[in-house]
Ligand binder design. Structure first.
Ligand code: COI
Length: 327
């Protein structure tokens, strides 16, 4: 089995690619760049490619298919960057890679605490030796009513973690589970918006969930609500979020993801004029913390991502059941 690795990071993935390729008998090829028309030829003669969040549209998928590639595995949980319909029509297999939900769950709770304890302001002030108290008073998490939107593995882990803080917990998902009912009461989305003073998004991005949090939804939320997003930027309409923050309808936001982040995150763009105005505006608010899609980034997650991506390709090659099969 020959697997070509795009977006290869030698500083953190090498150890796992070396270990698991030897363990599962896989021959690897590497490219540090994202897959593109320019570098697709490198994957000629390989059975599968493994990628991260780069856009895989119909023309690019077709290019790989024509080069003999049979499978695209993304070393990410989310797969909204891959045109699944096109992949299916082309007969290309697609899989994702699950990893420990604790990385994102821990980070979500951290963003919640950062928001309610005004940590951005505390750190900015302390960095210039302003050690004063006015304006820095925070709130206690146990006094919050928190709504978790999306109760897949990550949402469920956040709920479990929050249950230790003693806050009132509600949840929304189209598919309800008994595990969640141990910690939270399921509510329709409207009711969740009405009751919660903190909301955290844990849904996949799809045509149905794009801009779930728009001006109308924000208008139905509790005034001063705190919004946490560690899922996908496009779940939130950034323009509506900015309006909500300016009017005070949104009290604070913790955003590990943002719309149109592709091409920014994981690159050194410090010398560039960025073409993402929303990022600049949101970053400028004292009550908004923006981080560059790092919630997943732990040693455990990278181990899982590499291992599961390799295992998924190996399973398909052998015609065995692939737990990460998407298409
Ligand atoms: C995912 O796994 O879906 C993520 O969001 C992390 C990825 C950007 C590396």
């Amino acid at each position: 089995m020959k697997l070509f690795v795009y977006n290869y990071r030698d500083f953190d993935e090498a150890e796992y690619f070396t270990r698991y390729s030897a363990e599962y008998g896989v021959e690897l090829g590497f490219c540090k760049e994202a897959p593109s028309f320019e570098n697709a030829e490198l994957a000629k003669g390989y059975d599968a490619i493994t990628i991260i969040t780069s856009k895989m549209d119909e023309p690019l998928l077709k290019r790989f298919k024509n080069l003999g590639v049979m499978m695209v595995s993304t070393r990410t949980v989310g797969y909204d960057h891959i045109d699944l319909k096109a992949a299916e029509a082309l007969g290309l297999m697609v899989s994702n890679a699950t990893y420990s939900p604790h990385c994102v769950a821990d980070y979500t709770v951290m963003l919640m605490l950062i928001c309610i304890r005004k940590m951005k302001r505390i750190m900015e002030r302390a960095a210039i030796n302003d050690f004063t108290l006015p304006g820095m008073q925070g709130k206690e998490l146990r006094n919050f009513t928190v709504g978790i939107i999306g109760t897949g593995k990550i949402g469920r882990t956040v709920l479990k973690d929050l249950s230790g803080f003693g806050c009132k917990l509600y949840a929304y998902d189209a598919f309800e589970t008994d595990e969640v009912r141990q910690f939270a009461e399921y509510l329709p989305l409207e009711e969740l918006y009405r009751r919660c003073d903190m909301l955290s998004l844990h849904l996949p991005l799809s045509a149905e969930t794009r801009h779930l949090v728009n001006a109308e939804a924000i208008g139905r939320m509790k005034p001063g609500v705190i919004l946490i997003n560690t899922a996908r930027g496009a779940l939130v309409d950034s323009a509506a979020l900015i309006d909500g923050l300016e009017s005070g309808r949104i009290g604070a936001a913790g955003l590990d993801v943002i719309e149109h982040e592709f091409g920014l995150y994981y690159y050194d763009r410090k010398a560039d004029v960025l073409d993402n105005r929303e990022l600049s505006i949101l970053r400028g608010f004292p009550n908004v913390v923006v981080t560059p899609h790092m919630a997943f980034y732990t040693d455990q997650a990278i181990d899982d991502m590499v291992r599961h991506s390799i295992l998924s390709c190996v399973a398909r090659e052998k015609g065995e059941n692939d737990p990460w099969k998407i298409v």
